[in-house]
Design a binder for this molecule. Structure first.
Ligand SMILES: Cc1cc2nc3c(=O)[nH]c(=O)nc-3n(C[C@H](O)[C@H](O)[C@H](O)COP(=O)(O)OP(=O)(O)OC[C@H]3O[C@@H](n4cnc5c(N)ncnc54)[C@H](O)[C@@H]3O)c2cc1C
Ligand code: FES
Ligand code: FES
Length: 479
């Protein structure tokens, strides 16, 4: 296996190994996005910039890597990818799929089904459809909708685009990516060693092992940790921030593992939300339900659970449900690993128990709820690819007399931190779980929270939503 230099990144594009040495580059920095890089090349202008914040999908590209002897393909937003995140992967753009005289089946389907008008969004849709093409033998309508959620089209209308995705899926044939022997060989030659990339202004560390990451984080406690970069990249693309020191944990396999011991599911902090979504479908349905409306597939294929918790956002989607599930957060640092119960993890607005010099490494979720019913809810202006206005993670155990013996009503979006409705809970404990008591309890929501008014909702609107979520929870648990 060829050993690459630790200050150089290498990836495959156009069936060639491309290496970038940031120290010798004027135009590129370690936080140059893949979108800006591709647009600087003469032959990859199909990667379009719409929003530069992960919302429109115009910049969708597909990454590929050999895993368990098979190539895995996943669509991502190039505007959220820093160049070093390409190391050891194949980058596939719309230009690699086909030409006007030799179209790929997904491109052919777009032509046949009139899936394009002005064409600005089309390369992004084609790449999202290519992910679908490579990952499902015949995709269901649900899988098609999910794969296209991250792409916006202003003029064609979605019916013909969905028709194209269905048509390409139904006529599945081999394509030029079915055999990638040469590319596999090239990728195998790129070594996954620790990287220290610098252009003299920024330093970008890319450790390949958990232990190296922990050492680096202790050595450089002020460095910004990056996992999927779906939050951090916006500091660069929107605020034009030059982040001086970064530690990128996004390619550490040990942090991506999902496993189980006797009592807990163990989710690596670096596991992508898409892989957690697939894992949780049967095992943790309340978590699955939240992940099904989290961002888009392009976002979930980059974003991690550690990143969602690390941002400690009051509207982070996973916080309420993880509190209701009684998850435990494992934090690694100088003194080894410590375990923090999820309900104690958030300390304030964007402040958590994970301090400078520490790293969230795992999330442990009890396998059994001990008979408790757990639900998650997200209210947003639109179902997909939107930030929660109000969210909830609720847990209930009833005794034989139909009275709650355990109750957790955790709300996001109602305060500057994700918070339990303690007064409402106290009122309901030991009372019959009936519509009448729920309606009485709902009046206490106003005593638990003083929400703000903003572009998403008025304070009054948020209060009504929180009350209605309680009523919905009662409806779903009133057997
Ligand atoms: C278009 C779009 C849609 C989105 N939709 C949603 C949504 O529906 N719901 C939602 O909740 N969020 C959403 N987000 C926000 C974001 O995607 C999530 O918060 C995501 O989980 C962040 O994960 P990441 O790995 O990309 O984090 P990064 O951007 O890499 O990091 C986020 C923060 O966490 C820290 N961090 C990362 N990993 C660790 C770790 N292991 N230990 C300690 N700190 C760490 C970083 O230093 C940083 O401060 C969206 C973002 C975009 C751009
Ligand atoms: S440019 Fe809109 S998602 Fe990247
Ligand atoms: S074809 Fe014009 S934006 Fe989609």
């Amino acid at each position: 296996m060829k050993k690459t230099n630790s200050h150089i990144i290498s990836f495959v594009l156009d069936e060639e190994v491309i290496s970038i040495d940031f120290s010798g580059e004027q135009a590129l920095s370690p936080t140059t996005t893949v979108l800006n890089y591709l647009r600087s090349l003469p032959n990859h202008k199909g990667c379009k910039e719409g929003c530069a914040e992960g919302d429109c999908g115009a910049c969708t590209v597909v990454l590929a890597k050999e895993e368990s002897k098979k190539m895995r393909y996943w669509a991502v937003d190039a505007c959220l990818l820093f160049l070093p995140m390409l190391h050891g992967k194949q980058l596939i753009t719309v230009e690699n799929l086909g030409s006007s005289t030799n179209l790929h089946p997904v491109q052919k389907a777009m032509v046949e089904k009139d899936g394009s008008q002005c064409g600005y969004c089309t390369p992004g849709f084609v790449m999202a459809m290519f992910d679908l093409y490579k990952n499902y033998s015949i995709p269901t309508n649900e899988q098609i909708d999910d794969a296209l959620t991250g792409n916006l089209c202003r003029c064609t209308g979605y019916r013909s685009i969905v028709d194209a995705a269905q048509s390409a899926g139904a006529k599945k044939a081999r394509d030029q990516f079915s055999e990638q022997a040469e590319v596999k060989k090239m990728l195998a030659g790129i070594h996954a060693n620790n990287k220290k990339l610098s252009n003299g202004i920024q330093v970008y560390h890319k450790p390949s092992r958990k232990q190296s990451a922990l050492q680096l984080i202790q050595k450089y406690p002020k460095a910004t940790i990056v996992a999927g970069a779906t939050d951090v990249a916006l500091r660069v693309t929107k605020n034009h921030e030059v982040i001086p020191e970064i530690i990128d944990i996004g390619d550490i396999d040990e942090l991506k593992a999902i496993s189980a011991n006797k009592n807990h599911y163990i989710i690596g902090a670096g596991a992508s939300l898409e892989s957690i979504k697939a894992f949780s479908k049967e095992k943790l349905p309340s978590l699955y339900k939240m992940l099904a409306v989290f961002g888009s597939k392009q976002i979930r294929q980059l974003a991690t659970l550690g990143g969602n918790l690390g941002s400690a956002s009051p509207i982070g989607d996973t916080t309420p449900v993880l509190i209701a599930l009684k998850a435990i957060i494992v934090i690694g640092g100088k003194k080894g690993a410590r375990k923090v119960p999820m309900h104690e993890f958030i300390l304030g607005y964007r402040k958590s128990q994970c301090k400078a010099g520490e790293l969230i490494t795992e999330i442990h979720i009890p396998k059994s709820s001990g008979g408790a019913q757990i639900r998650s809810y997200k209210i947003s202006k639109r179902k997909d690819l939107d930030i929660a206005t109000v969210s909830g993670g609720f847990r209930l155990s009833l005794d034989k007399s139909n009275m709650p013996v355990e109750l957790m009503l955790v709300y996001g979006g109602m305060a500057e931190v994700t918070k339990r409705a303690k007064k409402t809970e106290a009122f309901l404990l030991g009372k019959v779980w009936s519509r009448k008591t729920i309606e009485q309890a709902a009046n206490l929501i106003a005593a638990d929270f003083k929400p703000i008014s903003d572009a998403r909702s008025s304070a009054r609107g948020r209060e009504v939503m929180a009350k209605n979520l309680l009523l919905k929870f009662w409806t779903e648990t009133n057997n």
